[in-house]
Ligand binder design. Structure first.
Ligand code: CO
Length: 135
């Protein structure tokens, strides 16, 4: 079902502060920082060993990230695994009775198809399935 760990999403209270911390402490430079106004988010993308790291900041009080920060504080937000076909993976998971957040694929921040499984089905971790870009 899963091809590889594609990215790790981390919710941060202050994106600029978080990028500064990754830069000074871990000597990592973001590939890009992207505004996603329709989701009230700003995302800093890093790449390390073929895996992406996404620092997720909120730009709106009612964004998903703002809700997450209020409930759980900053920290691990989700793990994203690459699959060949998100729709097919969702059908298989549904057959197994796995609780889903999205029962249809939706568009991710980079235009690829994604879907989330429910954290209660995955030991408290929000899991995203995504199709790799350019495949
Ligand atoms: Co993601």
């Amino acid at each position: 079902l899963l091809k590889k760990l594609e990215h790790v999403g981390i919710a941060v209270a202050d994106l600029d502060e978080a990028v500064k911390m990754y830069r000074t402490a871990l000597e990592m430079e973001p590939d890009e920082i992207v505004d996603v106004p329709e989701r009230g988010m700003r995302i800093a993308f890093f790449t390390l060993g073929g895996v992406q790291l996404e620092l997720l900041g909120s730009t709106r009080e009612d964004s998903n990230i703002a809700n997450f920060l209020e409930k759980r504080g900053p920290g691990l937000h989700h793990l994203a695994f690459a699959v060949a076909d998100v729709a097919a993976a969702l059908r298989r998971l549904k057959e197994k009775g796995v609780r889903l957040v999205d029962d249809q694929p939706k568009r991710g921040g980079r235009g690829n198809r994604i879907a989330f499984l429910h954290p209660q089905a995955m030991g408290g971790v929000l899991v995203e399935l995504c199709e790799e870009l350019g495949e």
